[in-house]
Design a protein around this ligand. Structure first.
Ligand SMILES: Cc1cc2nc3c(=O)[nH]c(=O)nc-3n(C[C@H](O)[C@H](O)[C@H](O)COP(=O)(O)OP(=O)(O)OC[C@H]3O[C@@H](n4cnc5c(N)ncnc54)[C@H](O)[C@@H]3O)c2cc1C
Length: 455
């Protein structure tokens, strides 16, 4: 392998976008992402501006035996990259919506919020994740749970094709008819195939839905959460919900009456007539005295409002698992571990109701794991870096120990936090899928130019 300067010089000869090493101005800014505590220090970062740039980087990487990592928004990648080349995709901003075919062509630097806004102009919506700032490609490579997941399935179910530069340096299209093995793998298999330069997704006709958030105060959390667990078992697939205990800091940007409070936030999304949605939600509205009720008919363009995820870069620590079917015993165990009486440094502990369309694979098959998860459990730690190394992992382990009886043997790769838990990589896919993913990687990235998963 050449030294960093030699590698950068070689890349500059063939790449049109910026090529930066640690001694160049803009190096840290090029590598900054959503998780401000994750600071990457690769040998070189390359801001690609085209698929040709991606191919040029891979050619140099293959010539020099250098590993390549891909960074879009930085919502994933929990551990810093300390070697090789990082390709950043933020300059690939092309986005077109074709209302005639109800599809969107999305370049790798786009975030879901941009696609939601562009599709809404035509009364269409993508099946995206909960947050508008997560990257489109990173989410679909891992499947992708969103606020409508029970109704429409995971985001990757709606992908109709990818363009990518593989580990061998070839620019290929992967769809149902071209490289179908690679298409199968990219829908849920996550990493280790190459750099995706664009993705085509089918959109659904949806301009409004009945959805939003309801907040309950500290004293209501226990009884409403118990009702919520019970109520989810009655919901049709046209309804998707999650419940999250939030420990909100006393900061000004948080509106009263939530500021500085521990609250329960129930999110709800119903695809159908508003009156039917309101009827379905009635048991939750009646379960306790409500602090804020912001569930109503809403434009699909505002769907990210349902979860209200943070949009600005932040110190971030998270961990998630899938759960099986829940019962009253789960509510006891969950509240015993993270309920309002517990002192836990977790700003958010969320349970999402999955199942429905998320449990069914696409007819042609995809590598999405975790289809059997009936719910997910996701913890976000307090934004204090001194807790990240030891305290939060120990807290998470205690919480997971308390609900172990309901934890699924499967996990979902978008929740797994870089496989921090022992065995969590293997848990993200059934054994047969893992074997097949290995075979596809061996074809398209035989030298592991795009390192992924445990070695
Ligand atoms: C606040 C927040 C909210 C979230 N909400 C959801 C949610 O609702 N549903 C859900 O399913 N997940 C959710 N996630 C998880 C998220 O989907 C994953 O972390 C995803 O990997 C983020 O992709 P990214 O491109 O934004 O991030 P990045 O950190 O930039 O990328 C993560 C990984 O994706 C791969 N990748 C990204 N772009 C490319 C590319 N062009 N070519 C090849 N590989 C690429 C790489 O392996 C990279 O390491 C959330 C995460 C956060 C922090």
């Amino acid at each position: 392998m050449p030294n960093k300067t030699g590698l950068a010089d070689q890349l500059r000869q063939t790449v049109s976008g910026p090529v930066l090493t640690a001694s160049d101005e803009g190096f840290a800014a090029e590598l900054a992402g959503f998780k401000t505590n994750v600071q990457h220090r690769p040998d070189v970062v390359v801001g690609i501006i085209s698929a040709a740039d991606a191919a040029a980087v891979v050619a140099v990487a293959n010539e020099t035996g250098t590993p390549v990592h891909v960074l879009a928004t930085g919502h994933g990648l929990p551990a810093p990259v300390t070697e090789g080349i990082v390709i950043t995709t933020s300059r690939l901003k092309g986005l077109t919506v074709d209302p005639a075919t109800k599809t969107a062509h999305i370049e790798a630097g786009c975030r879901w919020g941009e696609v939601i806004a562009a599709a809404a102009e035509h009364g269409l919506a993508p099946i995206a994740g909960a947050s508008g700032t997560v990257g489109c490609v990173g989410l679909v490579l891992g499947g992708g749970y969103g606020p409508l997941v029970r109704t429409y399935g995971v985001a990757s179910d709606w992908v109709r094709g990818f363009e990518l530069v593989t580990g061998t340096g070839e620019l290929v299209t992967a769809n149902a008819t071209e490289h179908p093995d690679l298409f199968w793998a990219l829908r849920g298999g996550k990493g280790g195939f190459g750099v995706v330069t664009s993705v085509d997704v089918e959109l659904v006709e949806l301009s409004t839905l009945y959805g939003g958030s309801i907040f309950f105060g500290t004293s209501e959390i226990e009884s409403v959460f118990r009702t919520w667990v019970d109520w989810t078992t009655t919901l049709p697939e046209t309804a998707t919900t999650s419940a999250v205990i939030l420990r909100l800091p006393p900061l000004e940007f948080i509106p009263e009456p939530l500021r500085g409070q521990t609250v329960l936030n129930v999110r709800f999304a119903y695809v159908g007539r508003p009156e039917e949605g309101a009827e379905l939600l009635a048991p939750i509205r009646a379960a306790g005295s409500v602090l804020i009720d912001a569930v109503a008919e809403m434009p699909a363009a505002e769907i990210a409002r349902i979860h209200n995820d943070p949009t600005e870069p932040t110190l971030s620590w998270d961990r998630g698992v899938l759960l099986g079917e829940l019962d009253a015993g789960f509510a006891d165990a969950f509240l015993g571990a993270v309920g309002p009486d517990q002192q836990v440094p977790l700003v958010a502990v969320e349970v999402r109701h999955l199942g429905g369309a998320a449990s069914r694979d696409v007819p042609e098959g995809s590598a999405v794991g975790g289809r059997g998860g009936a719910y997910s459990l996701f913890m976000v730690g307090a934004p204090d870096p001194s807790l990240h190394e030891a305290v939060l992992p120990a807290v998470a382990e205690r919480v997971l120990g308390g609900v172990q009886k309901w934890t699924s043997a499967e996990n979902a790769v978008n929740l797994a936090d870089g496989f921090a838990l022992p065995g969590s990589y293997e848990a993200c896919w059934p054994a047969e899928t893992l074997t097949r993913l290995g075979e596809v990687r061996a074809t398209y990235d035989p030298d592991r130019r795009f390192p992924y998963g445990p070695r």
